[in-house]
Design a protein around this ligand. Sequence first.
Ligand code: NDP
Length: 792
Amino acid sequence: MTVADVFETLDYGPAPESAALAQAWLAERGAKFGLFIGGAWVEPAESGWFDSTNPATSQKLAAIAQATAPDVDAAVAAARRAQPAWAKLGGPGRARHLYALARLVQKHSRLLAVLETLDNGKPIRETRDIDIPLVARHFYHHAGWAQLFETQFAGQEPHGVVGQIVPWNFPLLMLSWKIAPALAAGNTVILKPAEFTSLTALLFAELCQEAGLPPGVVNIVTGDGATGALMVDHGDIDKLAFTGSTEVGRIIRRATAGSGKALTLELGGKSPFMVFDDADLDSAIEGVVDAIWFNQGQVCCAGSRLLIQESVAETFLDKLRARMETLRVGDPLDKSVDIGAIVAPIQLQRIEQLVAQGVEEGAELWQPSWAKPAEGCFYPPTLFTNVQPAATIAREEIFGPVLVSMTFRTPDEAVALANNTPYGLAASLWSETLSLALDVAPKLKCGVVWINSTNLFDAACGFGGYRESGFGREGGREGMAAYVRPKWRRKLPAYADIPKPAESAKPAPSGGIDRTAKLYIGGKQARPDSGTSRPVVSAKGARLAQVGDGNRKDIRNAVEAARKAESWSRATAHLRAQVLYYLAENLDARHAEFATRLRAMTGARAAAASKEVEAAIDRLFSAAAWADKFDGAVHSAPMRNVTLAMNEPLGIIGIACPSEAPLLGFVSLVAPAIAMGNRVVAIPSERYPLSATDLYQVLDTSDVPAGVVNIVTGERDALARVLAEHDQVDALWYVGPAEGCAMVERASVGNMKQTWTNDGKAWDWFDPTQSEGAVVLGHATQVKNIWVPYGE
Ligand code: NDP
């Protein structure tokens, strides 16, 4: 093509990036890769290999080892051996290694970018300008956390050996999100890349050698889902971190239930991209391009549901179609290509099937007039209009360059549509009115909100979701928190329920008038649906009273009451603090009465009973104090923006209380939960429920709004199971024996609610380090990062 031709057509010329460097790297290694275990390259024990191919050309790139059980065992053993010395090296020592890794990623950035593009099919523009620079940024940022570890994470220690499983959509970036914080905290790791995209992880292993990382600190085992499952089931892995599909996330949650393994899951999404009528429409169009055509739409937080305010919908869609005509799909190594190859034929088929289903269900399909490349795994940018909210394509994660659009009239309707998904990962919203944007952002049920921007990531800003998008955060302080645990948890005795003595025929002499306490639901005392009650006996077996025997129906009513009390989550922290102080004041006024009740139930001495009441009052004061102090942060990511990291309530928390410390245990859990704006359905001590039922009047006289605290007495484990299975419950806290902990973790997979259990260990309710302040508040909140760009 001559210069004159270029002026005539104003078309793009070819701008290929050379693959020579990456091809030479592959050739030097015979295009065959073993496993990286204990700092050395080893052949797979059972000698299996699979191919990694270039999805843009279907050509084989390399043979990759398939790790089986002996290999995973060897990798875990190597990580276990290396861990104590790595932790003992101390934060500053580890920081040097992380810094070396960051520098090496930068030094080899071209090779890494080209190799990633060859293996995954994503455009070189993205690997070169986004993936690899972010990888380096992650190692720099976490070198910083390592340096500060001893002061910033005082009293915490690493989990030990961490298993990490990453997907194929951001192979090296996900590796860095996982490995950098794990190493900074003093853990050692076994990482499994996705079967489609192992190559950059293997190159990273070489960088670990070059950086002089001690053998066994990082182990890379390649393989398919079966290799991942071996890691999930491995008895000597202390923590698992997974990114991938919700389906596999569920399998992992079920498989690890009761194992005591710490777990974080970063799963799928169906994120809304909301355009209000006062948005800068041209900027928002470019936002859509970045939201759904970045990485071919194979992004967990892709803005795949376009919600447009009705008054600008026609205009916006016309502009969008015009922009889609100019997008370029093709050779990922071409620097002017917008959309590269889909990762593999099976993913392409999945996209094609879902698109066909969308058409079948009546949505209107639009694709640009130009043809995509005939060879290789490509799919054109696709827009659906006339989509019903219940349509399959509006609900399911397509994981391809396919956008579905819907309209809304008011901000309230926009929020309702945005939240109409079981996922909760991210959202992008566009409006020139910052007050509207900042009003809408906290109402969105997701972990990340981008205002007038989309798909921005930074190591300092936590990323992650809730509900079926998983739990835990990656990046920032909260990301580091997932890789540590409090030191005191190491030496706890096993939890044991307090046995109930046989009931004697005689009622307790000092028990007074026999009474039957009802349930407490929606601010009212309610008879149990079962129409039956349970006796409460003293330590010697004398009957003290009866309490309602709650069942599934009562729990459902309690959850409904908690749902209706939603305004508590929006109440000011000052108001919540006032209510908690008032609760403390009213409990204090009845100190003697509560102490007497404790003595009657537990047989405790007067001083011990009084000490428990005093401690409970203190916990209420502490929760009130924290209500307006457990603040978020403002991060300054290296862009022109601020990121507001807000601690938000989870919503409705189910709480199954321990049988011991019946008043203090109950208050230590319920008070911080409501202080942070959650509503609670609590199951009090099964053995000693009267301390909780006596609280009804205290709650009534302390201005606690109806439905904020609901109490259902009865069989703890049966009721906890109902709460764990309930889709409207956002989190479940359980304190009880190990089997109960396993049960609730298993039962929570329906909506993938967060669980917090005592892992079958006994906490000391009188020790504030174990049951007060950040240790509880962290579980009562989740961080939402709201990105607010600025500039003229
Ligand atoms: P998966 O969830 O299957 O894969 C993610 C990772 O988990 C891979 O390393 C995979 O190994 C591994 N894995 C698979 N099965 C198990 C198992 N039973 N136990 C432990 N590890 C396992 O995602 P897919 O690659 O199959 O993609 C399917 C769909 O998942 C996509 O269409 C998309 O909707 C969604 N997805 C979401 C992602 C996200 O970031 N949220 C990322 C990727 C996919 P291997 O790849 O070797 O089989």
